[in-house]
Design a protein around this ligand. Structure first.
Ligand code: GUN
Length: 292
């Protein structure tokens, strides 16, 4: 039976470390780090994510602000707000929750964010720095996965790592980070996606599988190797008869894969809480490196 990569536990450790740092900052009579989140429209999942980010800020002692726009907001209104946040000396980092409504050009919005305040690590300048192994903000989910692997001392050097999904937020940056020269990296990386033929031929060879495709129970026991490390980024709302009306399902058939894997992340309680903790980490990094 696989051992659990307990993201909830590690995220609490990371947040406790950040909280201690904030306490030291406040003891030195400096202001607390300040994170701003922009939420556009009424997407239920986005609202829930943003609310948890605000809650995390409270927990670690950061200031936070939530700026809401209706789904009808224009691109120029949004760009104006971003300009204001870029210039504000009281704000260390901000995020624009994705996805955005169709009338808004997402790339234009991301490009408008000052890279020094881009705590999501989505700006092309930060993405490029990440790829070139320069100091920068790492996107929160990949950063969270690396931290989880690191704290459990999972060997990645020389291992076959198969990533499923090539999103800009998870799959693509993850494929770069796992192949970087620093720890935990040095893996031989295969990035698979919706056009990959016979995906199981790749996953069966993998020492580490990272799934980020949003297809509940996609990865089955027959598709993995004995002793593999399984990281499940998928978190899909599946409607059911419960009080809430839905439950969260990962990409991995946990029950069957846990019989064969050496390590596995649960959903919930695996990658999700790590993602949240790393946004806090990026915010305190932004605070400490800010020129103000
Ligand atoms: N939508 C889904 N995940 C994320 C994230 O990490 N950051 C932002 N800004 N939007 C998201």
């Amino acid at each position: 039976m696989a051992q659990i990569l307990d993201g909830l536990k590690v995220s609490k450790e990371v947040k406790a470390e950040i909280k201690e740092e904030v306490e030291r900052i406040l003891a030195n009579k400096r202001r607390a780090p300040h994170l701003v989140a922009i939420l556009v429209g009424n997407n239920g999942a986005s609202k829930a994510y943003v609310n948890s980010k605000v809650k995390d800020c409270e927990e670690v002692g950061f200031s936070s602000s939530l700026i809401k726009f209706p789904s009808t907001v224009s691109e120029s209104e949004l760009l104006e707000k971003i300009d204001e946040l870029n210039k504000s000396k009281d704000i260390d980092g901000f995020i624009v929750q994705l996805p955005l409504p169709k009338q808004i050009d997402q790339e234009k919005i991301i490009m408008a964010i000052d890279p020094r305040k881009d705590v999501d690590g989505f700006h092309p300048e930060n993405f490029g720095k990440m790829a070139l192994e320069m100091d920068t903000f790492l996107p929160a989910t990949p950063f969270g996965i690396l931290t989880l692997l690191e704290r459990y001392n999972i060997e990645t050097k020389g291992k076959n790592c198969v990533i499923i999904g090539r999103s800009r937020i998870v799959g693509k940056p993850m494929s770069i980070l796992m192949g970087r020269k620093d720890f935990p990296g040095n893996s031989t990386v295969t990035l698979t996606h919706s056009y990959t033929e016979h995906i199981e031929e790749y996953t069966k060879q993998a020492d580490i599988v990272i799934t980020a495709l949003g297809d509940p129970n996609f990865l089955k026991k027959e598709m993995i190797k004995e002793g593999a490390v399984i990281v499940d980024v998928g978190i899909t709302r599946v409607d059911d008869d419960s009080e809430k009306g839905y439950h969260l399902a990962g990409d991995v058939d946990f029950e069957s894969c846990a019989e064969k894997a050496s390590w596995i992340t649960p959903v919930p309680g695996g990658v999700g809480p790590m993602t949240r903790a790393m946004l806090m980490k990026n915010t305190i990094i932004a605070y400490k490196t800010s020129v103000y």
